[in-house]
Design a protein around this ligand. Structure first.
Ligand code: SAH
Length: 325
C-alpha cells in the first residue's frame, strides 16, 4: 500500500500546539524527533534505565525538531494535506486569523513541510528477504512461514512470522535462551512461563521440547497477538496460553521453568517475583544481558534465593540459568 510520509519542521515549543492541531484534523499517531529527548535519555544513564542505545537514537542528537506522520494515499488524505498546508501558512504568519491569535506568541519555527510517497513494503516486508530457515541449535530450526523447508529426522521446526514483534529467533539473546531450555526442560513434566514473549519463539520452542503447558506474557499487545498467531501456526494453541501483562504481576501460576529474555535491569527487578512463581528446584533462564552487566545480574539473582547453574555467552551477550534453592 502507498502512504504519504509528512514531516513538519518546528521548534520545541511548537510541538505541543502542533500535535493538538493534527489531532483535531483526525491524525491519531505521529512521531516526534527532538534532540531534547536524546539528552533526557543520556541523563538517565546512571540509573540504568537503558543498556544499549541504537545508532538511530544516537543520530537524534543532531536532528532538528520535527513531527512525522503517515496517511494512506487516498482522496481523504489529500484533503487533509490541503487543509494542513493552509493552516501552516496561517501559522507562519502569512495571514492573520482568529486561529493564529489563539496561539499567541508561540515560535513555530519554519514549519517547513516535506511530503514523500512511501510504500509500506519498504519497511514492512524488506526484512523478509533476509529471514531464511535457520538451525538455531542442533535440534531446533526456525522456518519463516512463507519459506519452504523439508524437515530432517529428529529436527524440531518452528513456523514463525514475527510480524512487528521482537524475535526471529536468530538474535543471540534468543538462541542462548533456547539452548538453555533444551538443556533444562524436562519433557512431559515441566510447566514453563515465558516472560516477554515477543513473537512467541521461546514459548513455542518450550512446547516443542515437550513442556506440558506454557504461559506466555508480554506487555505489548502486538506481541500478544503475534504469539497467539504463531502458536496457532504450530498447532500448539492448546498448550500455549498468552496473556497481556507486565512481567509476572497479577499471575498466580507456578512454573518449573521461567524464561525471560529481557534486558539486564528488567531481569534484576523481575528476579524476586520469579522466585515466587517457581516451584522448588525450578529453573530460571534469563537473557538479554550485556556481558558488562553479568556480575550485577548474577548477584541480584543469587540474592533472590537462586544458585547459578551456568552462564552461556555469545558476542556481547550472556544468558544465565539459575536454580531455586
Ligand atoms: N522472547 C522473545 C522476545 C524477547 S524481546 C525472544 O526471546 O526472542 C523482549 C520482549 O519483552 C518484548 O516483546 C517486550 O515487549 C517485552 N517486555 C518488555 N518489558 C516487559 C514487561 N515489563 N513485562 C512483560 N513483557 C515485557
Amino acid at each position: 500500500m502507498q502512504y504519504k510520509e509528512i514531516k513538519i519542521y518546528t521548534t520545541q515549543e511548537g510541538i505541543d500546539p502542533l500535535t493538538i492541531i493534527l489531532t483535531d484534523m483526525g491524525i491519531a499517531g505521529f512521531a516526534v524527533e527532538d534532540a531534547r529527548d536524546y539528552q533526557d535519555l543520556l541523563n538517565r544513564k546512571n540509573s540504568y534505565d537503558w543498556d544499549y542505545i541504537d545508532d538511530s537514537l544516537m543520530a537524534l542528537e543532531h536532528v532538528p525538531v520535527n513531527i512525522t506522520f503517515y496517511l494512506e494515499d487516498t482522496a481523504d488524505s489529500r484533503r487533509i494535506i490541503e487543509l494542513l498546508t493552509e493552516t501552516l501558512d496561517l501559522l507562519r504568519g502569512n495571514a492573520s486569523l482568529e486561529e493564529r491569535k489563539s496561539y499567541g506568541t508561540i515560535d513555530f519555527g519554519t514549519l517547513e513541510m516535506i511530503i514523500r510517497t512511501v510504500d509500506d513494503s519498504q519497511w514492512k516486508d524488506n526484512w523478509k528477504e533476509y529471514f531464511k530457515p535457520a538451525a538455531i541449535t542442533n535440534r531446533i530450526v526456525i522456518k519463516p512461514t512463507w519459506e519452504e523447508y523439508v524437515q530432517k529426522n529428529d529436527e524440531l521446526v518452528i513456523e514463525l512470522d514475527p510480524g512487528m514483534a521482537f524475535g526471529t529467533g536468530t538474535h543471540p539473546t534468543t538462541t542462548l535462551c533456547v539452548r538453555l531450555l533444551e538443556r533444562y526442560l524436562e519433557a512431559e513434566k515441566d510447566r514453563v512461563m515465558d516472560v516477554g514473549c515477543g513473537s512467541g519463539i521461546l514459548a513455542i520452542a518450550s512446547a516443542l521440547l515437550g513442556a506440558v503447558e506454557v504461559l506466555a506474557v508480554d506487555i505489548d499487545p502486538v506481541a500478544v497477538e503475534v504469539t497467539r498467531e504463531n502458536a496457532k501456526q504450530n498447532n500448539l494453541s492448546d498448550k500455549i496460553r498468552v496473556l497481556e501483562g507486565d512481567l509476572t504481576k497479577g499471575l498466580s501460576e507456578q512454573a518449573d521453568i521461567v524464561a525471560a529474555n529481557l534486558m539486564a535491569d528488567l531481569v534484576i527487578s523481575l528476579s524476586k517475583d520469579v522466585a515466587a512463581h517457581l516451584k522448588g528446584k525450578g529453573v530460571y533462564i534469563s537473557s538479554g544481558i550485556l556481558l558488562e552487566k553479568k556480575e550485577e545480574v548474577t548477584s541480584a539473582i543469587e540474592r533472590c534465593g537462586f544458585h547459578i547453574l551456568e552462564i552461556l555467552e555469545e558476542g556481547e551477550w550472556c544468558a544465565i540459568a539459575a536454580k531455586k534453592k
